[in-house]
Design a protein around this ligand. Structure first.
Ligand code: GUN
Ligand code: ZN
Length: 447
């Protein structure tokens, strides 16, 4: 991995979305990165001419766009090899397709796959990811080791479940082992590399977790000031199951509330089928939501009522939710978010449309807010940590360099091209804290 203690400059069309509803952009702009942070932003000509104490190494390319790094708020490390598998809905899909691959994610398999997974995230332009491991301690440990080497910003946790789990442990031991191992992993990794790696206690969901497990996970997260992540209200059959398991609870969200799982450091995956009361409870607790549109479409889970959640002021990021989502590519997840709202618009024409700039906000600034990291990542601002991607515009245009002139493209055009046609083929470089964690092979080698 290339490390850059000395200042360097990146030239390109700078585009970010610090506010929901609008884009901020600078044509032929540039930024200087120093000590892992954005030191200056301006017009390329101005920055290039300005004298600085230390010499700046410039990467001078035209026809590239520079965006804040993409943030994936919900994905599963052990599931990537099982993408695009199965045709059923959530609960049978988990049983038939997911528990069998997670069961194998230990030992050499986990050690081999974990580095590949984080490389794929970097190649796709994801700079921050919140991730579930399998139930085994080593699956999470090798995940952290691979995340550490990848240079990415990663929040990871060992999957916790003590009902209907897939391990070899005797039922009596499952709960205590899950708690001991989770605590040990948190002590080892939470805050590592100056906060680049963090721990998330990860009770899977109320269907596979006892109340004791959920309460204990919440206590541990509070004790270590760590994150919590779980799944909520993704599928109707799941909701009915939770209702039958917790007859005294007001609703699914109440089960988590009562166990102390709703905190400002909690990321709730999906949240498709929530009542107004549940939305208010999540807002009052300042918990965040990971919207996983490609997953929700793949499993036929439902169409998120994004407008209602935004209206309640909730912090919302996007999640690839691999393997229910078929790709780690966050541009495709943004496209999925647009598709879901378009589908709702067909049924409810009076709803306001979701725009590409808004989906992009959710995948950058929105994700940063949902993770409590707005002060350090999510937008291109002087002083923030330099988590960036550089995208090759020619790779997005139908006829490449032979087609339309780049000068005609507006920031909205560029963003729409990224969302509808973007991905690793167009990603030139990925930076985290100013370190290049992915660099595309030279075009001749790529051809
Ligand atoms: N709910 C509980 N576990 C999972 C999972 O692994 N994937 C998805 N999509 N939903 C879940
Ligand atoms: Zn998930």
């Amino acid at each position: 991995m290339q490390s850059d203690p000395s200042p360097f400059g990146i030239r390109g069309f700078l585009i970010d979305a610090p506010e929901y509803g609008s884009l901020r952009s600078r044509r032929d702009g540039a930024m200087i990165v120093e000590n892992g942070r954005v030191a200056e932003i301006g017009d390329y000509d101005d920055l290039r001419k300005r004298q600085r104490a230390a010499p700046v190494r410039w990467t001078d390319r035209e026809a590239v766009a520079v965006f804040p790094g993409l943030i994936d708020c919900h994905t599963h490390l052990p599931q990537y090899s099982a993408v695009a598998r199965g045709e059923s809905q959530l609960l049978p899909w988990l049983r038939e397709n997911i528990f069998p691959v997670e069961r194998e994610f230990t030992g050499p398999r986990a050690r081999e796959e974990a580095p590949l997974f984080f490389h794929e995230l970097a190649r796709n332009g994801t700079t921050t990811a919140m991730v579930y491991a399998a139930i085994y301690e080593d699956s999470c440990d090798v995940g952290f080791e691979a995340a550490e080497r990848s240079g990415l910003r990663v929040i990871l946790g060992k999957m916790m479940m003590d009902l209907g789990s897939y391990g070899q442990l005797q039922p009596k031991k499952i709960l205590s082992v899950s708690l001991i191992e989770s605590e040990r992993l948190c002590r080892k990794w939470h805050g590592a590399d100056n906060g680049r790696l963090e721990y998330a206690f990860s009770p899977r969901f109320a269907v596979t977790c006892s109340e004791k497990l959920m309460r204990s996970a919440a206590e541990l997260a509070q004790r270590f000031n760590a994150y919590l992540q779980t799944h909520l209200a993704e599928n109707q059959e799941e909701i009915e199951k939770v209702h039958n398991l917790h007859m005294s609870a007001r609703d699914y969200t109440d089960v988590y509330e009562k166990c102390g799982l709703l905190t400002p450091k909690t990321m709730l995956g999906h949240c498709i089928h929530l009542s107004a009361r549940e939305i208010d409870a999540i807002a009052a607790a300042q918990s965040s939501i990971a919207h996983c549109p490609t997953s929700n479409l793949f499993l036929g889970s439902g169409l998120l009522k994004l407008d209602q959640l935004l209206k309640a002021g909730l912090a919302i990021g996007l999640g690839s939710d691999v393997a229910a989502g078929p790709e780690l590519n966050m541009w495709q997840v943004m496209r999925g978010a647009l598709d879901v709202q378009k589908a709702r618009n067909m049924l409810e024409p009076n709803l306001q449309r979701l725009r590409p700039s808004e989906a992009f906000h959710l995948a950058t600034s929105g994700g940063a807010r949902a993770l409590g990291k707005s002060a350090i990542i999510g937008s291109l601002d002087v002083g923030k940590e330099a988590d960036l991607i550089v995208v090759d515009l020619a790779a997005l245009l139908p006829y490449g360099k032979q087609g339309r002139s780049f000068d005609d493209l507006t920031p909205e055009d560029i963003l729409a091209l990224c969302i509808y046609r973007g991905g690793p083929h167009a990603n030139l470089e990925t930076y985290v804290r100013g370190k290049c964690v992915y660099c595309a092979p030279e075009p001749t080698a790529r051809a």
